[in-house]
Write a protein that binds this ligand. Sequence first.
Ligand SMILES: CC(C)(COP(=O)(O)OP(=O)(O)OC[C@H]1O[C@@H](n2cnc3c(N)ncnc32)[C@H](O)[C@@H]1OP(=O)(O)O)[C@@H](O)C(=O)NCCC(=O)NCCS
Length: 166
Amino acid sequence: MSARAHPTYALRPFLPADAPLLAEIFRASIAGLTGEDYDDAQRDAWASAADDEQAFAERFGRELTLVATVEGSPIGFLSMEGPDKIDLLYVHPAVAGQGVGAMLVDAIEKLTAARGAKTLTVDASETARPFFEKRGYVGRQRNTVMRGGEWLANTTMEKRLARADQ
Ligand SMILES: CC(C)(COP(=O)(O)OP(=O)(O)OC[C@H]1O[C@@H](n2cnc3c(N)ncnc32)[C@H](O)[C@@H]1OP(=O)(O)O)[C@@H](O)C(=O)NCCC(=O)NCCS
């Protein structure tokens, strides 16, 4: 089998030059992957978080952000909010279901545990909830949040992390 049929995914920290592509991945991921869970108005409102590209880029630079790449090009990303909460997790629809999201979450679990966090939390979208459940996250609370003038449902989920030295 050729390497192209099974591309090698890699991880690296966010670089400022990634910001426009990450905004594209964010929009494409919402457009391509969340249609069964949110209506068009909700998805447009959700994606509008990337309209102010400078503010969106600053969000990546402020916190720890990991970028998944194939042949050097970003295809997904995960950013943290503080030491123990996942803020953003988005995978491009062209590579969804190929383990990129799992790779990002596995890496951040190891990093946060190594930094002393006991748990990792996430406000998971309806689309991402089964993904996080599969990875051992437990729903703690249902939320309805206002995004760009629309109400969107999500679920605060939590996972107890294995100690880094175990
Ligand atoms: C949720 C998301 C990040 C998952 O990324 P992904 O790269 O497609 O996921 P993976 O391929 O790593 O999936 C890992 C496992 O979870 C499962 N899984 C992934 N998404 C799933 C879904 N929506 N429903 C059920 N299972 C799912 C996969 O089948 C896979 O199972 P396996 O290990 O048995 O093969 C991606 O679907 C996405 O970007 N969604 C839209 C944006 C979004 O909602 N972000 C979350 C904000 S909190």
